[in-house]
Design a protein around this ligand. Structure first.
Ligand SMILES: Cc1ncc(COP(=O)(O)O)c(C=O)c1O
Length: 364
């Protein structure tokens, strides 16, 4: 049997009629940028989160970098961020001219809260937390540290749409919650798009100017901005995905439960779940000291897995100038050597889930 890591066609087929109706509506409308579809999506996404504002932008990277810029963070400033994340989190900081200060991960793959205060300097302006794989970070502690050190908090929710910490949705704790709607994400577009949610009128206004060439009124450019607008087709189809967010998250949770119950192999460490969180399992991450051999064994048996991520950001070539040495952040470095992501996606067939469990349990 062949088990792909993710099959977007199957997810698409589930809501095909709705997607096609939404896309066709836009195609026939004659309005493709900054129209009613975006306004509706922004309202719906803000309402889903119970926040005042949402700004749709071009992608998740832009959501992060525009939020950082809109908070007034830039050259000479530092932003603390966990090193075990997709490179986009760090690049967003760098793109504003600020410096990422990489810190260690905790055992739940979130930022290690004990590491944060040790690296705060006069230049520190914000903590960037990443709800990696769909599991919320330790938000009570992070918000306490931020309050007592007068720091902003930006949440990278690119993998955690609908995840909750103590009953509260991620993205609603900090100054801004930043989302990617890359097609594989828990809420996926059919192309690139992203969004920033906030309760701050000022931040929302600034982000909406920055995404549209720094203008509020056409051809009046008050600040230096960029072009990063969620287009009307993406807004319409992402709206369809948003309607089914709970069903999708429940479906992945059910698959995760099957993995958690079914995988019984001492060579595989199953993910640990933080107390009080609702994980959405964008990624089901296991650890193994023999990760590469496990990966090859699964490939040979038709099960396709991925590694998220083989190099932690502090050791990425693009950050060599920052001078981090191997061994500096050992927990995250161990994850990079041991992590393996199992197939988990909406409309994954039952027999494929069972087959993954069976093959993993055969690994010795
Ligand atoms: C944690 C994280 N942050 C940021 C991004 C960037 O999102 P995008 O690909 O939409 O730019 C991604 C997704 O790829 C991600 O997984």
């Amino acid at each position: 049997m062949e088990v792909d890591f993710s099959v977007l066609k199957r997810q698409y087929a589930k809501y095909q009629d709705e997607y096609e109706t939404a896309a066709l509506r836009v195609l026939r409308s004659g309005r493709y940028i900054l129209g009613n579809e975006l306004a509706k999506f922004e309202k719906d996404f803000a309402n889903y989160h119970g926040v005042k504002h949402c700004a749709g932008v071009g992608n998740g990277l832009d959501a992060l970098r525009l939020a950082i810029s809109a908070l007034g963070i830039g050259p000479d400033d530092e932003v603390i961020v966990q090193t075990n994340t997709y490179i986009a989190t760090a690049l967003a900081i760098s793109e504003t001219g600020a410096t990422p200060v990489f810190v260690e991960a905790d055992k739940f793959f979130g930022i290690d809260v004990d590491a944060i205060e040790k690296v705060i300097t006069k230049k520190t302006k914000a903590i960037m937390v990443v709800h990696l794989y769909g599991q919320p970070c330790n938000m009570d502690f992070i918000m306490d540290i931020a309050r007592s050190n007068d720091l902003h908090v930006i949440e990278d929710c690119a993998q955690a749409h609908g995840a909750k910490y103590k009953g509260k949705l991620v993205g609603t704790f900090g100054d801004a919650g930043c989302f990617s709607f890359y097609p594989t994400k828990p809420v996926g577009a059919l192309g690139d798009s992203g969004a920033i949610i906030t309760n701050s009128d000022e931040l929302d206004e600034k982000v909406k100017m920055l995404r549209n060439y720094g203008s509020r009124v056409k051809y009046l450019h008050e600040i230096i901005g960029i072009n990063s607008r969620m287009d009307e087709i993406q807004a319409a189809v992402t709206g369809v995905a948003l309607k089914h967010i709970e069903a999708g998250n429940d479906e992945r949770r059910t698959i995760a439960e099957k993995y958690l119950k079914g995988i019984k192999n001492p060579k595989i460490k199953l993910p640990e779940i933080r107390q009080g969180v609702e994980h959405v399992y964008h990624i089901f991450a296991v650890l193994s000291e023999e990760r590469d051999r496990l990966h090859n064994f699964l490939e040979e048996n038709g099960v396709h897995t991925q590694i998220h991520y083989p190099v932690p950001c502090h050791l990425a070539g693009c950050y060599s100038r920052l001078g981090y040495e191997q061994g500096k952040l050992p927990v995250a470095e161990k994850f990079a050597l041991q992590e393996l992501s199992l197939p988990i996606y909406v409309s994954m067939p039952e027999d494929e889930i069972e087959y993954v469990v069976e093959v993993i349990n055969r690994f010795n």
